[in-house]
Write a protein that binds this ligand. Structure first.
Ligand code: SF4
Length: 695
């Protein structure tokens, strides 16, 4: 009913990487409700987060003035977000920006690389680009990272190594042209709900859906094959499936000969991974492994989708190497209905990574160690060269603070005091900093440690482009004005940069986008003006081309033009259950709550549906322990303990615990293990040994 609103603004959902287009319906500068729009990824569909997760922007906890910590106010999780004046005093923008910049500049003036930055996948492409530029140009090094490190860093590492590019080879919508698909280590019905609708339709049309996960995820109900493997058993399971494909000669010899390298080594490596040998390790019967392998290999076109269940292990890169090899040996890259698709978690984690918000790469994954690459950027930036050393990653930065090597941070939109593994260790690091600048919309757990807080804009309040899991670049538009003195993130970055002595004069994000295009071939043929009227998938081959849904049909962007098989051996999780910690802890997300909960727990509908910290265990395990669903239990790992309400859920294997990480009162990351995958530097969120007791 058009009487419900005065105006409507089309934009993109701020939550998951699906990148649904939506329309904000606005009355009196308030969003009243949201409807779906016919975007390329969602075709009018929205999930509960997109539809109802908008009113956090009006929450009374919004930061509306710059804040400076009061002299002597202790750092720690001790500030009521509704009454920040106990620890902070209000400041003008001028004073707060001067103070923020001076603290960082003082550290810059000392010997060493004492400053690090975390940007955010919640921000636009332009804001991500500016953030990495500010650290590199302003401080001369590459200590800049963001939540991709906790997300798909291992997948990207394997993809760059073996196919030459970290992005998906096909959009998820290509499943419409597939006849078989593997969905592994993810729970799309809860975490990528609109993508899941396409997967369900595929299965209902008769597509063979092979769902592999230690949890009985909801998509399993639609599966032709359901492989509930043991946590950490991925490499053994996937190697066994590939062993079957080799032994039974189900591979695509022609594709392998034309487009790949290292096949003979791969075949030799797989010989020992027979289904019989792997079954006890992965927990899947040999005949089930054979059936799944035959089904995938015999399909005409197959896709592979994966999520954090694959990536968040110390062997996360090996997991992805296996999935890449499985696709390559069956010829399932570069044709309709085929491809590799790590489902991106956050709405702009693809775009923020593309924009160079990572310590080893400049925009478009161009290496910081390459002199020519750095020179191309410094000539556009009109600035001297910066370090040719890869910077520190998220978890490494926390370690460097403890070691005294990092003393100041600029954190924009990230919440490491909730999202980092072994989070008490990370919180202790934040408390040690001499100078912490936090830019956010709420007093997050991380902002509790800040010396100065810069009030930013929510997604619905600003202009900028974002790039979804499908490589689709889309325009975000402001629906309402920010509250009080809150400002758009790009404006704050520019003002801070100027005070750090940088010659920045941007007056609109489109000027930043124009600069990005100068050194980002991925944006060829994509202009701000185009994005104002249409979404464009990169690569786009001409100003009229809506973009390539499928890539690498004629070779790979590697020196040899061929994709590579990289064998993966079985590596045990960093810690295994023992008598003291006998269960396995798996962390993740729930449908209603987004990451660290700062937005969705302040959205009325979402918070009403899922208001309380909870974990899930198998009913048989609970019966054995004499615990009733709804009871409080204590979870303890080698890092710490939390008390949390337990639910019975048959989808969880016996002696496993699933704990969402959105709840500060039972923060899952107090328990998680910070051991890292050596390639992607991603922590092992998906496996910790845990003790369970009645609370
Ligand atoms: Fe938003 Fe993702 Fe839901 Fe789409 S599927 S509405 S992008 S949270």
């Amino acid at each position: 009913d058009s009487k419900d609103f005065d105006r409507e603004v089309e934009s993109v959902c701020p939550f998951c990487g699906v990148g649904c287009q939506l329309s904000f319906k606005i009355k009196d500068n308030k969003i009243k409700y949201v409807t779906g729009v016919d975007g390329p990824a969602n075709e009018n569909r929205l999930c509960v987060k997109g539809r109802f997760g908008f009113d956090y922007i009006d929450h009374p906890h919004r930061l509306t003035k710059p804040l400076i910590r009061k002299e002597g106010a202790p750092k720690g999780l001790n500030v009521d977000p509704g009454n920040v004046h106990t620890h902070f005093r209000e400041a003008s923008w001028e004073e707060a920006l001067d103070f923020a910049a001076k603290g960082l500049a003082d550290l810059r003036a000392r010997k060493g690389t004492y400053v690090a930055g975390f940007g955010s996948a919640k921000c636009s492409n332009e804001e991500a680009y500016l953030f990495q530029k500010l650290i590199r140009q302003g401080f001369g090094h590459n200590n800049v990272d963001h939540c991709t490190r906790l997300c798909h860093a291992s997948s990207v590492s394997a993809l760059i190594e073996n196919v030459g590019s970290g992005a998906v080879t096909a959009t998820f919508n290509e499943i419409e042209n597939a006849d078989v698909a593997i969905v592994i280590g993810c729970n799309p019905i809860e975490n990528h709900p609109v993508a899941a609708t396409y997967f369900k339709q595929f299965a209902k049309r008769g597509g063979k859906l092979i769902v592999c996960d230690p949890r009985g995820v909801g998509l399993g109900k639609f599966a032709s094959h359901r492989l509930l493997f043991k946590p950490g058993g991925d490499v053994s399971m996937l190697n066994a499936m590939m062993n079957v494909i080799v032994t039974e000669e189900l591979y695509d010899a022609e594709y392998i000969a034309q487009f790949t390298e290292n096949w003979e080594e791969m075949k030799a490596h797989l010989a020992e991974y027979t289904p019989e040998k792997m079954a006890p390790i992965c927990g899947i019967e040999p005949e089930v492994l054979r059936d799944a392998a035959r089904t995938f290999a015999k399909g005409k076109a197959g896709m592979i989708f994966w999520g954090m269940g694959v990536s968040q292990h110390i062997h996360g890169t090996d997991n992805s190497r296996c999935l890449i090899s499985l696709a390559l040996m069956t010829g399932n890259v570069g044709k309709p209905g085929a491809g590799l698709h790590p489902l991106r978690g956050q709405n702009n984690v693809q775009g923020a990574s593309d924009a160079g918000l990572i310590p080893m790469f400049l925009p478009d994954y161009q290496s910081v160690t390459d002199d020519g690459v750095r020179s191309a950027f410094t000539s556009v930036w009109n600035s001297p060269d910066f370090s040719n050393q890869k910077g520190l990653t998220v978890v490494e930065i926390m370690e460097a603070i403890h070691a005294g090597d990092i003393k100041g941070m600029y954190i924009l939109g990230e919440n490491p005091a909730m999202s980092d593994p072994d989070v008490d260790h990370a919180r202790a690091a934040l408390a040690m900093l001499d100078h912490l600048v936090v830019q956010d919309i709420f007093l997050t757990e991380t902002a509790n440690y800040a010396d100065v807080i810069l009030p930013a804009s929510a997604w619905a309040e600003k202009t900028g482009t974002v790039t979804n899991t499908n490589r689709q670049v889309q325009m975000g538009r402001p629906a309402v004005t920010p509250p009080g003195e809150a400002r758009e993130d790009w404006w704050i970055e520019v003002e801070l940069a100027k005070r750090l002595g940088l010659d920045w004069s941007y007056t609109h994000p489109k000027e930043v986008f124009a600069e990005m295009k100068l050194n980002m071939g991925s944006l060829d043929n994509i202009t701000w003006e185009r994005l104002e009227s249409e979404a464009v998938t990169y690569p786009s081959l001409s100003p009229e081309d809506p973009g390539q849904a499928i890539v690498f049909g004629d070779g790979f962007p590697r020196a040899s033009k061929r994709a590579r098989f990289t064998p993966a051996k079985i590596i045990d999780p960093d810690e295994r259950p023992d008598t003291e910690y006998p269960f396995v802890l798996i962390t993740g997300r729930q449908l209603e709550h987004w990451h660290t909960g700062s937005m969705t727990r302040r959205s009325n509908v979402l918070d009403a549906v899922e208001p309380e910290a909870n974990c899930s265990m198998n009913p048989a395990t609970l019966r054995r322990m004499g615990v009733e669903p709804g009871d409080m239990i204590k979870l303890t790992t080698r890092r710490g303990s939390v008390d949390v309400m337990v639910r019975a859920d048959r989808a969880i294997a016996e002696d496993n615990v699933f704990l969402p990480f959105a709840y500060v009162e039972a923060a899952a990351n107090i328990l998680t293990n910070s051991a890292l995958d050596p390639f992607g530097k991603i922590p092992e969120f998906k496996y910790a040994a845990v003790r369970v007791e009645k609370a």
